[in-house]
Design a protein around this ligand. Sequence first.
Ligand code: HEC
Ligand code: HEC
Length: 396
Amino acid sequence: MKIKTLSLSMGYLLIGSLLFVSCLEDRVDLTKVSYTDEEYAILSQYLNIPQARASFQVEFPLHMTRTGAVVPDIDDAKATLGSVLFYDKQLSANNKVSCESCHKQALAFSDDVALSEGFNGQLTKRNSLPLASTPNFESSYNGNGNAFFTGLQAGFFWDERAHSIAEQSKMTLEDEIEMGVDIYELAGKLSEMPYYRILFEKAYGSPSATPDKITDALEVFINSFVSVSSPFDEGLDRHQTPFADFSNFSQQENLGKTLFNTHCNGCHASDFTGLVETVANNGLDIEYEDKGLGERTRLEFDNGRFKVPFLRNIALTGPYMHDGRFDTLEEVIDHYSEGIQDHPNLDIRLREGFNNEASPTRMNFSEEEKAALIAFLHTVTDDKFVQDERYADPFK
Ligand code: HEC
Ligand code: HEC
């Protein structure tokens, strides 16, 4: 009897929440996300965006929702504005670069050079990070995802110096090498531009741009990047654990997965979603020219420690490491196989004896094992994501 009441009330709960969802859907203010003919005529001079609503809503696969990851609630008007800002060269001091110049969609929003060119042709200090390699930035930063259980939070940049994408965007816009603008002057300039006046009005209820609105809209757009349609996700949804052999994988890919779960998942998560470790020294050098976290904290202990990158879409995002020293995944695997250096801060997970004096691990993979690891790393490529029109260049 009790059970029956319970299931009955569960039923009501379900109907209730379905109603709630449809109400939410109805509550989207269409005046914010579609344009009058007059507005659209102005936008159409510059942009290729639909007159009616463009939806940035995203879905998570089962394997993510099961871990408690919360789908971000994306405001379509802000994301639309963010997409225009992201692709607009007017955001740099001399109108030469946009965010996209160093974060290209076809490359999962990374760049194909070790160091990228900023507005003046000067090179960035580090390798551009992909913006699509985590299922969703908001979920990892806010500690949803699997980080829910480990309590870890990811910061942004190779030394995790930014705490949000809004903060990161401000630093990037004002960076002397990257975009070189004064963000207040930029806000003034955008406030005069006809297409921005419409887009800011839709997103924030007033046509003028401010530094906070600019960085917030960029954050909303980037939080809508969710890359979860890879063969790996399909396998994980089907088998519910990354440790089973996946039926949609070849024998070689399954061997690669087993090797990854033996040697790599101490830092890079087995489900390619959660956070196991935020920063580590993976033994690239004995002497680091760029001290990473150590440059910022000035602590000896932090020298050579860098963000543990998310590895989604990794086959698309070379060159690799903070300085782009490795052009190919072959070189990355060779590093872990026989090249790990005995830096005093080398992570204990990459030492033989699991103590600070033990020598660096020599994984000594055979050629067959190296090929298997690389084949496995190709299974997290998300073709749908890199072709998704919603994230494409909106300019004509
Ligand atoms: C000139 C090249 C260049 C431009 C332009 C550029 N970026 Fe970047 N971006 C980089 C580099 C290089 C890094 C890594 C820098 C570091 O870690 O010190 C990076 C890192 C990031 C990160 C951190 C990702 C992570 O996983 O930690 C985000 C987010 C980001 N950029 C977004 C943007 C946005 C938004 C814009 C436009 C406002 C932009 N970038 C413009 C080169 C660029
Ligand atoms: C001790 C933690 C740790 C372990 C274990 C580890 N990594 Fe890493 N990995 C890192 C860190 C930290 C970086 C970034 C280092 C840097 O750029 O200075 C990195 C970078 C990478 C990159 C380059 C990512 C990019 O966007 O440039 C790949 C690919 C990679 N690791 C694959 C692997 C594989 C495969 C294994 C197992 C054979 C492995 N890692 C084991 C910590 C680890």
